[in-house]
Write a protein that binds this ligand. Structure first.
Ligand SMILES: [Zn+2]
Ligand SMILES: [Zn+2]
Length: 178
């Protein structure tokens, strides 16, 4: 299983390689990181946020145009929302193999705390692995320490471990290779 990670120029520079390695370890997939060429669509002035669904549309169109069959995860720094949620850390569209993660709320600075590259990397990796997990066939998990648990807050994200629970691991291992 090969995953493309597109790292937008506004996302934190220098973290793409460690993040991609962490994701590979968590899921047991191969990744390649490249700079992002997908257009950032769906910016809403009044909210100063990007509509995650519009961004997924944009990834979907890019994949079609460039005949990319493998899953794509886009990492952006713009804050994301979706209809019905004031914000989302990330979103995946399984049917087309497209996912997006926002780094906007993953840094300590956003919460008025001292910055830490390590915290930043851990959270981007967990969120990235979560969305990619969906793209390769995993649903949400009830285990609060599992990467596939759906966090609503930063604390819930931090409580997760950088790994799949045994049940999700097993499920992933029995999925047909795509
Ligand atoms: Zn999810
Ligand atoms: Zn799990």
């Amino acid at each position: 299983m090969h995953i493309h990670i597109f790292w937008d120029c506004q996302s934190p520079a220098g973290l793409q390689l460690p993040v991609s390695r962490l994701i590979e370890t968590i899921l047991g997939v191969k990744t390649t990181v490249t700079e992002n060429h997908v257009r950032i669509m769906g910016y809403v002035d009044a909210r100063r946020q990007v509509d995650a669904q519009a961004l997924l549309d944009s990834i979907q169109a890019y994949k079609r145009r460039h005949a990319i069959a493998e899953p794509v995860l886009l990492v952006v720094h713009q804050d994301l929302f979706r209809n019905g949620n004031s914000f989302v850390f990330g979103l995946a569209r399984e049917s087309v193999g497209a996912g997006v993660v926002s780094t906007a709320r993953l840094g300590n600075e956003y919460y008025g705390r001292a910055g830490s590259d390590e915290d930043y990397m851990d959270r981007i990796a967990k969120e990235g692995a979560h969305e990619i997990g969906h793209l390769i066939g995993l649903p949400h998990c009830e285990d609060r320490e599992c990467v596939m648990f759906r966090p609503d807050t930063l604390d819930e994200l931090d409580r997760k471990k950088k790994m799949l629970c045994p049940l999700c691991r097993k499920q992933l291992d029995t999925l047909p290779a795509r």
